[in-house]
Design a protein. Sequence first.
Length: 360
Amino acid sequence: MNYEDDLMMYGVLSNNDIEEAMSKGAIFIAPFDESQLQPSGYNLTPTYFIYSTKKKKLLPIIRQKNKVFVMIDKNDTVLIRTRESIAVSSNITGEFNSKLRNTAIGFGHISTTLDPGWEGQLLIPYNNPTDKKIEFVIEEKACGRIIYNSFVTLTFYHMNSVATKSSDNKSGRWDILDETVYRNNSILKRKKVEILEDLADQLKERDNCGLESCILKNLNEAEREQYDNLEDNPSISEEEYCEARQKLLAKYMRAHIRKIRNMYQQEMEKSIDVVNKYIDTKQKFLPLRYRFCRFIVSNLKAIVGIVVLLIILIIWHILGNRENVDSKKVTDYALGALAAYILFPFFVKAIEKWFLDKIR
């Protein structure tokens, strides 16, 4: 939706400027989290939708006790769909910058922009230029709550004049979504692919539930009549109609800004749920080797611990059934068990790395 705002500010927007712009309908961020608002920008967080441009498929999600992550292959660029949906006026643009903690472990810098008049969730390109796989954390659990990985900061700029050209970038990238439906599915699940097709259609429908639909749902009777009269007016040209329609929508938005902002927040939270539901369902369609490796990685410490415990119990049982037990052997077994306990974390890490390499 292209519309002009009435903000009297230029250049980079501070946190106070962003909040003022949100109160006047020049910027919408949904879901909005106060903790992600920075002095001169807003941190964005990822959904489970992470698409490898190198492999042409979604990356498998790995769940451990306190975190959810993916492994990004060496020299691969992924497209990460954000949890946040952004809508801005035609006076506002922006740029994306990588977070230091992510570039410090090897991820490349981001160099892309937010177009004036943009609306929707974002697909952020993220690159691993190193010669090894890097773990990209989606979310972590701490103190009983979920903390999302803020991997990129969006800086907003207010321009001196309104942009008159429309963006050629579209939100959602349905072409990529459609491609993921049919790729990398288990042979046993291919007959049930309509489940994924239905979720993909739901996601496309969610992408169409944007700012404009929120405005139209909040019109009172007089405004609805005024809008319908414009829609039914055959005497004006298409260009005049589009211009008058945009002005009306901007007027209605300002009149009901609080209701619209709350509704937009609710609608975009539903979009996150559909995205993550699609990815969770897609995980069940992965070939058996993926699911086996993911299960091993997610439960590796418990599995190795059980194996070590069984070995100790077997040794204890064998020694217990012997009449004459060599004290030297008992000492050797005890030292062996102590060594296994000390080396346990390294052993687990080596096995985990091996299985993570198998998740491709």
